[in-house]
Design a protein around this ligand. Structure first.
Ligand code: SF4
Length: 388
């Protein structure tokens, strides 16, 4: 049985909705995605409605952030998007100033799509741009080009205002110079936020099989590090600021939804593969969209994994996610929230990470060094692991 933190588990004020439909499955993608089955959209919405209705204690708090992710939420027609928003409103109350984000692909952005997003209260859009370079976009199997990506950014900025883009680096054959061009184009576009990710080869994707057959090769690690540093360099200019290892913003536009995740504040999540954290329990839904729909509509539940986390795990996760933010994390606050004294539990780990010059640790405050930012996964893994 999990014991309670001193103030009880935080009441979730965030909701993630996973919309799995995509025009095409990109070769590197291992999300819960279904393509060529838009005929399932109504049954999917029925399943989501059922899942939302059965959310325990949904009325306890107002939602302060909603994130429609995927997949591609904008594969849903305007009427279906409205139906989705209605089903959220039927379950939760939503704060007037809630951050409501929708992910979208640049090729879906047109007048009708922007009208629909505005109608359902979306005030932040996250575009899966990934690159502006024709060869790289072809390699990543994306359906847009530089012109359509820039047109989508412009249109979204004009209508929605708050535009984030995702960029991928380290695609096969990509050079440092072409990545710097991507960064320069992005920084001159009217975006407020950018997330940069190194391409990863995940088991089960076609990129993984092609690499195994020798048909696709990764960029080497030192080039990947140079690319990461190029992004830091580009987005340290003017009003830009890096606030998390993958996230940059040019004003007061930190993603509030992600901040809630990283602060361990708890969140609801519905849809295939969706993972939630409520009352100290981490639950993950079935990944397959068709099974999710079947199970939700037949049994009223589609949870695949349930894990009750201990207070020590919770404290370690607060530290591991907290330290990925460049402001760092106060371990005394973690102690207050969890009753776990990480300064004692992690004393050897903290000494080791400091000796490797990956973190600084002063007045209870743990922060990544510039070197630590480059090896943030190593730091997070050390904070989450049992001592050797
Ligand atoms: S559009 Fe995004 S979610 Fe859909 S398959 Fe491509 S990478 Fe995956």
């Amino acid at each position: 049985m999990t014991s309670l933190p001193p103030g009880g588990w935080p009441t979730p004020q965030s909701l993630y909705v996973h919309v799995p439909f995509c025009r095409h499955r990109c070769g590197y993608c291992n999300f819960s995605v279904i393509s060529g089955r838009d005929d399932l959209q109504d049954r999917f919405l029925q399943a989501v409605e059922r899942e939302l209705t059965s959310t325990p204690d949904a009325s306890r708090a107002q939602l302060r952030t909603i994130f429609l992710g995927g997949g591609t939420p904008t594969r849903l027609s305007p009427d279906r998007l409205k139906r989705l928003r209605q089903s959220i409103d039927d379950t939760f109350s939503v704060a007037d100033d809630a951050e409501i984000t929708a992910e979208a692909n640049p090729e879906d952005i047109d007048e009708a799509c922007l009208n629909a997003l505005q109608d359902i209260g979306v005030n932040r859009i996250s575009l899966g741009v990934q690159s502006f370079d024709a060869d790289k976009l072809r390699c990543l199997e994306r359906g847009h080009n530089r012109e359509s990506a820039l047109a989508a950014i412009e249109a979204a900025a004009e209508r929605i205002g708050n535009v984030s883009i995702d960029l991928i680096f380290g695609a096969p054959g990509e050079t440092l110079e072409s990545w710097k061009t991507d960064l320069a184009i992005a920084s001159q576009s009217p975006i407020t936020h950018v997330s940069t990710y190194a391409l990863t080869f995940e088991k089960g994707t076609s990129f993984w099989s092609r690499r195994s057959r020798g048909n696709l090769s990764e960029v080497d690690e030192s080039l990947e590090l140079q690319m990461y540093e190029a992004a830091q360099h580009q987005f340290s200019k003017n009003a830009w600021q890096q606030y998390e290892i993958s996230s940059f913003t040019n004003g007061p536009h930190r993603c509030r939804h992600n901040l809630a995740y990283w602060a361990g504040n708890g969140w609801h999540a519905v849809g295939p593969g969706a993972a939630r954290f409520v009352d100290g329990k981490r639950e993950v839904n079935h990944r397959s969209a068709t099974n999710y729909i079947k199970r939700m509509l037949n049994d009223g539940v589609a949870t695949d994994e349930i894990e009750a986390i201990t207070l020590e795990q919770y404290a370690r996760e607060l530290a591991a996610f907290g330290v990925r933010q460049l402001d760092g994390i106060d371990l005394a606050t973690v102690h207050d929230r969890t009753s776990i004294n990480l300064e004692t539990v992690l004393s050897q780990t903290l000494i080791k990470l400091q000796s490797m010059e990956l973190v600084t640790y002063q007045n209870h405050h743990l922060r990544l060094t510039q070197r630590g930012i480059l090896f943030a996964d190593t730091v997070a893994t050390a904070l989450l692991s049992e001592p050797e």
